[in-house]
Ligand binder design. Structure first.
Ligand SMILES: [Zn+2]
Length: 142
């Protein structure tokens, strides 16, 4: 059984979903991490883009990724500023994870104390259903 907070209990910013990135968010809702693979040159595109940054093709398919990666770099946010809803989650980790397939994703790391993080440590995706409509891809130690 999954637990999902009601839409009105999640107070932090949510992604802006538009036609170009809707398949990315729909995949996360299905607990799949998918990115665009150019069907002309094979480049994996991230962030989502209407055209391939290598060959300018608009053609692509949404490839399911392994969800495996390694920790590239990170910061620990210890002070909430702006939106007071961040006070509920500080300290939290914002990281760049180097995915096994190549792209680097900006995400949160959970399931480990921030002072235990190590460069290059193996990580795996997990899916945080923050509202009935939105699921975020986060990472935890593998
Ligand atoms: Zn291409």
């Amino acid at each position: 059984m999954t637990t999902q907070p009601a839409a009105n209990t999640y107070k932090r910013p949510l992604p802006v979903i538009h036609p170009d990135n809707a398949p990315y968010w729909a995949a996360l809702k299905n607990h799949e991490l998918r990115m665009q693979r150019c069907t002309d040159c094979g480049t994996l595109r991230y962030p989502v883009s209407p055209i391939c940054y290598k060959c300018l093709s608009e053609n692509h398919e949404w490839e399911q990724l392994s969800g495996k990666g390694t920790l590239g770099t990170w910061i620990v946010v210890e002070t909430a500023t702006g939106n007071p809803a961040w006070q509920e989650v500080v300290p939290y980790v914002v990281a760049l994870v180097n995915l096994a397939e190549g792209p680097r994703i900006t995400t949160n790391i959970e399931g480990i104390e921030p002072d235990q993080l190590k460069y290059g440590m193996p990580l795996e995706v997990f899916f945080d259903d923050v509202t009935p409509q939105v699921t975020l891809a986060k990472f935890k130690p593998a």
